[in-house]
Design a protein around this ligand. Structure first.
Ligand SMILES: O=C(O)c1ccccc1N[C@@H]1O[C@H](COP(=O)(O)O)[C@@H](O)[C@H]1O
Length: 220
């Protein structure tokens, strides 16, 4: 028997609990909520527990990810366990030292997003190994932190084999995923704007199409 393993899929930037239930029920592994106030996908802290509870109702194994950027110490209380998320994704300019401090102070898993502007930026990955649970690579875009639909050139990532598990973000969608999985071997994929009707509102048909394309990929 040949066992085929697929990367995990996170769908990010949800704002509606009903969408969280439906997307988790499709078999998505993780759902992301944006806690960055400047984002059009921002969800206020008071609304996050309901969204994550709705996610859990849709899929028992689906876990919640809270996306933040350079959180200050005053924000740490809302990032801890007990609010429905299992992971905090650090999507700002957090240094290795700040990640280490946050890992000591927060009782949730930590992922560090690296926004990649050039192949040399990938060299930063090694320093985060053992500090955070996983890395997430997203494309760099001036003036915007994420959710841009911008892709990292695939050629930059061929041969990228960090010591930590890694997730690929940036313009992931049903049309591009087969090529990405044929050439790259991420542990997970993170998709947002390519699945949207408008910011914060996912198109369930496109989420299902992405899952189908991942499962149809020969090398996923
Ligand atoms: O989605 C946002 O608005 C956002 C804002 C601030 C930080 C991160 C954000 N999103 C992250 O970016 C990736 C990639 O998005 P896309 O697929 O290229 O649209 C997304 O999955 C979030 O993790």
């Amino acid at each position: 028997m040949v066992l085929v393993s697929f990367p995990l899929l996170k769908v990010c930037g949800l704002r509606e609990p009903a969408q969280a239930t439906a997307i988790a029920a499709l078999g998505v592994d993780a759902i992301g909520v944006i806690a960055v106030p400047s984002s059009p996908r921002f969800l206020p802290a008071a609304q996050r527990p309901d969204l994550f509870a709705a996610m859990a109702a849709g899929g028992r194994d689906c876990f919640g990810v809270l996306v933040v950027a350079d959180p200050c110490d005053d924000q740490l209380e809302e990032l801890g366990a007990g609010r429905g998320h299992a992971v905090v994704q650090l999507h700002g300019s957090e240094s290795v030292e700040r990640c280490r401090e946050l890992a000591q102070r927060l009782d949730v898993r930590l992922w560090k997003a690296l926004r990649v502007r050039s192949p040399e930026d990938l060299e930063a990955a090694a320093a985060y190994a053992g500090v955070v649970e996983a890395l997430l690579l997203d494309a760099w875009q001036p003036g915007q932190l994420g959710g841009t639909g911008q892709r990292i050139p695939t050629a930059w990532l061929e041969g990228f084999r960090p010591a930590s598990p890694w997730w690929l973000a940036g313009g992931v969608g049903p049309e591009t995923v087969a090529e990405l999985l044929e050439r790259l071997h991420p542990d997970g994929l993170d998709a947002s704007s390519a699945l949207e009707d408008r910011p914060g509102v996912k198109n369930l048909g496109r989420v299902a199409a992405l899952l189908a394309a991942m499962r149809g990929s020969p090398t996923g």
